[in-house]
Write a protein that binds this ligand. Structure first.
Ligand code: CA
Length: 637
């Protein structure tokens, strides 16, 4: 019995890498290779190639097992810079096939072979001086973009359409600055599988199909075959955004891989990275055919070391975890701890749900209802999103914005940042029966993202017969809710130019004609950009609108009495740093004007219908103040 326990324990410890193995360490005299396998591996072949694809190996080396561990090593003499390599691991009598490893930091075209590079060669001029803008969570305004959506259309006039480098161009930086966002959330920008990097023809995918987690995607570089280009250009992008005071958030997808058979995980450590159900099948909490097993020490360490690498090597400012609810809470806390040790300002948020049942007990999962157990980790509020636009399951069904009563409490929850505000009645909130955030900065405030219809399309689908003027005023009303929330505002790129995706609900592989931003819309609908820019500026200058602390929100934010399809709140005078007195925000989704009651006196109107200006656009007097139809109103004294 004792012997059995000892054997099992030894096997278990051997499964756990002490730390992520650096698989390639370049040296001008020789390059060191290492691969961590399962203890059962029988042999590992290292192959060196001249190119990233095709051709015969220049050299094949039998790697040696280091002592009794599961780490295999080889050193190849000479200067291998510019060469490519793969590993091939033998289990039983079979070699499983070539893989660039699980920790490749540079790859050739389509990510099939890893590349021997010196990372120092990828640093753009001035990279050492690059600094994170260090924006506090309470001050963030996040802008979610896909490289191709943003810059592919000729109306944008970009020199590098669809590439990382587009975000270094003045047009992009000036636009983001003017809009007043201070963080860009980049849809998957690590190496993913669904776009053939060797073809120049237009291809589109969101990229939620990970191949090499620690390498930028090749199709967004100017030369996918040059392993240095994608890394250098990614850094140039980060550097340019940082110079403009904009943080860079990576969308990370550790919850599943592109496939199982042939994945780098499976070719290196079979079955270690994936969960199985009780009947032995692969569990599918990701909705993509597999889910990773973050609760296993080796997998958890892989995730933690991967985000740490992006933070260190690429100076990343934040991470958005795809289907965070597939991961376990311990992993998310470890991620938080690791990133805090790099820089406490690094921001973490995720989707607090999964896309199917997970093969891990629900009480361990990093779901939205567990956010309060993960300080420093935020989640999206689908309560607010669907309270405003209608349920995710039915595009034609509207909610608050469509003038349908009963969604006020869900909107209010979003405005308060999902905290335990004394005036909120969670019994009336659509999806959550209790507050889930300890701090308002743990809630992402949004009405649209890359998933589902964009807001214009949703309004067309859910408010039949809506005319252009009402569409614009409802669009701005929705974004006023998002931008006056005590949570962290999150905007889908293109909402500032009244973007349409032509009614497509899931545009993950739709052509550019569906996903592109039409930059001419800035001239067609200038009031939208003008309003949102003014509103972000107003938010930035008024701390009462983003208090950043649950106790302050409870102290200073007070909801006015409920009315159907009208939500209003008062930010009491005296919030720390606030120059205005009392502030009232009213959101009226009714097709008719409504009134709110405020104390007697004169108030400056800073936001009404399609106009927003911090200096004021009119004055009104209490106690009865009119809120126009389908409009937001912000007043202060
Ligand atoms: Ca790729």
């Amino acid at each position: 019995m004792k012997k059995y326990i000892l054997t099992a324990l030894t096997a278990f410890i051997a499964l756990m890498p002490a730390m992520a193995v650096t698989e390639m360490t370049y040296g001008a005299q020789g390059t060191a290779f290492a691969l961590h396998t399962l203890p059962a591996a029988k042999a590992v072949k290292l192959r060196i190639y001249a190119d990233g694809t095709g051709g015969k190996p220049l050299k094949t080396v039998a790697m040696q097992r280091k002592d009794t561990t599961a780490v295999w090593q080889a050193t190849v003499k000479g200067d291998l810079k510019g060469r490519f390599y793969t590993f091939d691991v033998k289990y039983g009598k079979k070699y499983l096939g070539e893989t660039p490893g699980i920790n490749a930091r540079a790859v050739g075209v389509n990510g099939r072979r890893a590349a021997v590079i010196d990372l120092a060669d990828t640093d753009p001029v001035g990279w050492r001086q690059d600094r994170r803008p260090g924006i506090k969570a309470r001050d963030l305004v996040v802008y979610e973009l896909h490289h191709r959506d943003f810059s592919i259309d000729s109306t944008g006039g970009f020199r590098h359409p669809g590439k990382f480098l587009a975000l270094t161009e003045p047009r992009a930086l000036q636009h983001l600055r003017r809009l007043g966002v201070n963080a860009v959330h980049l849809l998957p920008s690590f190496d993913y599988a669904s776009v053939d990097e060797s073809r120049a023809t237009p291809q589109y995918n969101w990229g939620y199909d990970p191949l090499n987690y620690n390498v930028p995607e090749g199709s967004y570089s100017t030369d996918a075959a040059d392993p240095l280009a994608r890394i250098r250009e990614f850094k140039q992008m980060v550097q340019a955004l940082h110079s403009a005071g904009i943080a860079v958030v990576l969308d990370v997808v550790y919850n599943h891989t592109f496939n199982i058979d042939g994945s780098n995980f499976q070719l290196t450590c079979p079955d270690l990275f994936y969960r199985r159900t009780a009947d032995g099948n692969y569990s599918n909490g990701s909705g993509c055919g597999n889910e990773t097993a973050s609760e296993r020490e080796a997998v958890r360490r892989f995730i933690v070391e991967s985000v740490r690498y992006w933070a260190q090597e690429y100076h990343i400012d934040g991470f958005r975890f795809d289907l965070m609810g597939v991961h376990d809470m311990t992993t998310m806390r470890e991620v938080r701890r690791a990133l805090t040790s790099e820089d406490p300002a690094i921001f973490i948020y995720g989707e607090g749900w999964s896309a199917g049942g997970c093969a891990l007990p629900a009480d361990q999962l990093a779901t939205k209802d567990h956010v309060w157990q993960m300080p420093g980790v935020a989640a999206f509020s689908d309560e607010m999103r669907d309270g405003l636009r209608g349920p995710w399951s039915d595009d034609a069904q509207g909610a608050f914005l469509a003038g349908i009563p009963g969604h006020e409490e869900s909107v209010k929850m979003g405005l308060a940042g999902a905290i335990d505000h004394p005036q909120l009645n969670y019994g009336k909130v659509n999806y959550s029966r209790r507050p889930w955030a300890l701090q308002p900065t743990q809630m992402m405030s949004y009405v649209s993202c890359h998933d589902d219809m964009c807001l214009v399309d949703r309004l067309h689908a859910s408010v039949p017969g809506i005319d252009r003027d009402d569409l614009i005023s409802l669009h701005l009303l929705a974004h006023t809710a998002v931008l006056t929330s005590q949570g962290v505002p999150f905007l889908l790129s293109g909402e500032e130019m009244l973007r349409t995706k032509l009614g497509v609900h899931n545009s993950y592989n739709s052509p550019d004609s569906v996903n592109r931003l039409d930059w001419d819309n800035l001239e067609r609908y200038p009031q939208v950009m003008a309003y949102l820019s003014a509103l972000t500026a107003l938010r930035a200058r008024h701390p009462a609108l983003h208090l950043g602390d649950a106790n302050l929100v409870k102290d200073y934010m007070e909801f006015l009495p409920d009315q159907p399809c009208l939500v209003a709140f008062h930010l009491r005078a005296g919030a720390p740093g606030e120059s205005w007195g009392d502030i009232y925000v009213a959101l009226n989704a009714n097709a008719e004007p409504r009134t709110i009651t405020v104390p007697d006196g004169t108030y400056t109107v800073v936001c009404r219908r399609t106009a927003c200006c911090e200096q004021g656009i009119a004055t009104v007097t209490g106690p009865s103040v009119t809120v126009p139809a389908r409009s937001a109103l912000i007043i202060h004294n």
